[in-house]
Design a protein around this ligand. Structure first.
Ligand code: P1T
Length: 380
């Protein structure tokens, strides 16, 4: 079946007990057993819950994977993946990751004996050069948050495979509608479901999807053993959100492109980072690897003062951390999402004090452009 059909139906068969067309919220901590060892497939809700299981089946199918696991947040999902590793292991990571992922690596996992090298994964030869005998995982985001650099997933997957190393891709910015890393040879897909999968800015969650049976087994064990699971109500919200994912991503891409083109023409905007623009250095790779450019972009206003003026003047766009909801959010990566990245590192990555990020929503695009137009006029 096609993507939109799967999004609406997989894992969401009518409830066998009642015929309810919508998967019920099984708000329960445990399941009564008929006799010792005899039950209906569920024992304790940390181990598995029918609402969460429905979401996990759905997300696995949408990413083209064999198994999915839902976690309490995107960071909990990333942390679960990292606990596949052991003290002494080395990780090659993209140099521009979500600030919280960098913080997890540098300020938590380093203390447990993992070491990290950060490289520009846009250049696959740089990834290969960074490998060490103890490298066990390559961890990338593509496009990156917030400067929208693109990594050739298939090229990095070939390197990972030839060295027997796992490749994990954080697919949060794209959603499986726009990009399916497993199809390009990745081993692990990570999501913050807080973003496009939920799509309505009303829940925090995360997911991991894999194809390999042994990897799935280990993640199932970790999910239960460490216990950072997504609750039934939050699972249900994501299930509901996913039903409209295809439609939403089409509109995010249309609006994203229109806003990016508008900004690129604006005399007070210095640069626009958006993979759908011909001016994006990896526009062709983006067209090959992604079904559409999506709703995320960032642009350079030239200074902190200019960025502040724009952020203060928007009326329809909301100044807030997060992304991927139906409503447009505007943010300042240097002081918000990437504040935990050291200033010198931020400068190297192009996360300047004048950089503004937009999560372009699915409002009427003329209204968005009119709002940005009056806000940009505040730059003196
Ligand atoms: O917030 P949480 O659900 O834990 O997800 C973390 C996360 C992981 N990966 C990427 C690419 C992300 O962008 C995020 C969270 N990002 C934001 C809150 C943000 O505004 O960029």
């Amino acid at each position: 079946m096609g993507f939109a059909t799967d999004a609406i139906h997989i894992g969401q068969e009518p409830d066998p007990a009642t015929g309810a067309i919508i998967v019920p919220i099984y708000q329960t901590s445990t399941f009564v057993q008929e006799e010792l060892g005899k039950h209906k497939g569920y024992e304790y809700a940390r181990t598995s819950n029918p609402t969460r299981a429905a979401l996990e089946r759905n997300l696995a199918r949408l990413e083209g994977g064999a198994a999915g696991f839902a976690f309490a947040s995107g960071m909990a999902a990333a942390n679960a993946v990292m606990t596949l590793l052991k003290a002494g292991d080395h990780v090659v990571a993209g140099h521009n990751l979500y600030g919280g992922t960098y913080r997890l690596f540098e300020r938590v996992l380093g203390d447990f004996g993992l070491s990290f090298s950060y490289v520009n994964t846009c250049r696959p030869d740089g990834v290969e050069a960074a490998l060490r005998p103890n490298t066990r995982l390559i961890f990338i985001e593509t496009p990156t948050n917030p400067v929208m650099e693109i990594t050739d997933i298939a090229a990095v997957a070939r390197i990972a495979r030839s060295h027997g190393i796992l490749l994990a891709v954080d697919n949060t910015f794209m959603s499986p509608y726009l990009q399916r890393p497993l199809d390009h040879g990745a081993d692990i897909v990570i999501h913050s479901t807080t973003k496009y999968l939920n799509g309505h800015s009303d829940g925090v969650g995360g997911a991991v999807i894999v194809n390999d049976a042994a990897l799935a087994e280990r993640l199932r064990f970790i999910q239960n053993a460490a216990g950072a699971v997504l609750g039934p109500f939050d699972s249900w919200l994501v299930l509901r959100g996913v039903k409209t994912l295809a439609l939403r991503m089409e509109q995010h891409s249309r609006n994203g492109l229109a806003v990016a083109e508008y900004l690129e023409r604006h005399p007070r905007v210095k640069t626009v980072h958006y993979p759908g623009l011909r001016s994006h250095p990896q526009h062709e790779l983006a067209q090959r690897q992604m079904r559409g450019p999506g709703g995320m972009l960032s642009f350079e206003t030239g200074s902190l003062e200019n960025a502040k003026a724009v952020l203060k003047s928007v009326r329809l766009c909301s100044l807030a951390e997060s992304l991927g909801g139906v409503e447009t959010l505007i943010s300042h990566p240097a002081s918000m999402t990437h504040a935990s990245v050291p200033p010198e590192r931020r400068r190297q990555l192009g996360i300047t004090d004048g950089l503004v990020r937009l999560s372009v929503g699915i409002e009427d695009v003329d209204d968005l452009i009119a709002d940005l137009d009056q806000a940009l006029a505040a730059i003196t």
